[in-house]
Design a protein around this ligand. Sequence first.
Ligand code: ATP
Ligand code: MG
Length: 238
Amino acid sequence: MPILVITGTGTEVGKTVTTAAVAAAAVAAGRSVAVLKAAQTGVRPDERGDADEVARLAGAVTAAEVARFPEPLAPGTAARRAGLRPVRPQDVAEAAAKLAAEHDLVLVEGAGGLLVRFDEAGGTLADVARLLNAPVLLVASAGLGTLNTTELTARELRARELELLGVVIGSWPDSPDLASRCNVADLPEVAGAPLLGALPAGAGVLSPADFRAVAPSWLSARLDGNWDAEAFRTREAA
Ligand SMILES: Nc1ncnc2c1ncn2[C@@H]1O[C@H](COP(=O)(O)OP(=O)(O)OP(=O)(O)O)[C@@H](O)[C@H]1O
Ligand SMILES: [Mg+2]
């Protein structure tokens, strides 16, 4: 699995923090890692983007962005409003392939959810995954509403004959409500793919040293971690 595309059930679900955890676990397993933010919106040239945040938390990884646009909008809209050339799926695929030649693992983080548009032709992260023939990891929110967006995303991937590697819960609450606890069983069911981990709420504010030390315990072996899915289900599921 040299390239893994990371999408989410929406924006702010924990894609960046999850990408950092996957990167940290892979680094701990001795792999060289690059993270590529397909299109960074909502940051000025001097501000830190998602790829920078992954590098801060995960450590020795190469961080790259294809392009950035100042307004916090879908990349296609942000590019148009800024009068800048939009990112095309092919640009992202080429940048990822280049990084894959020099790293064991390349993590491509999208913007928002799977069908957020990059350009005026309607190109999306799904097209990037298709061009790269890369599996997709879906970061899902924990609570009410996530079953619908998870199933919609899984169905779209299937319709495009893309591989959904699994689902990671981006932020698992300290005191999960009933919906979150039921979702532990229902998420893999509606996704048609395994639950591959859960990041505890607050993971993103750990010190980088602590984050790297515990990241593998949030992720299954498929993601270079040692997360005990059965113990998680026994402890947390309704
Ligand atoms: N497990 C977590 N622990 C602590 N904070 C978290 C966790 N998951 C997400 N957050 C916080 O929630 C916010 C959104 O998370 P994140 O940036 O990872 O979302 P995203 O899915 O990458 O969003 P975007 O679509 O903008 O890329 C951030 O402020 C982040 O620090
Ligand atoms: Mg992000």
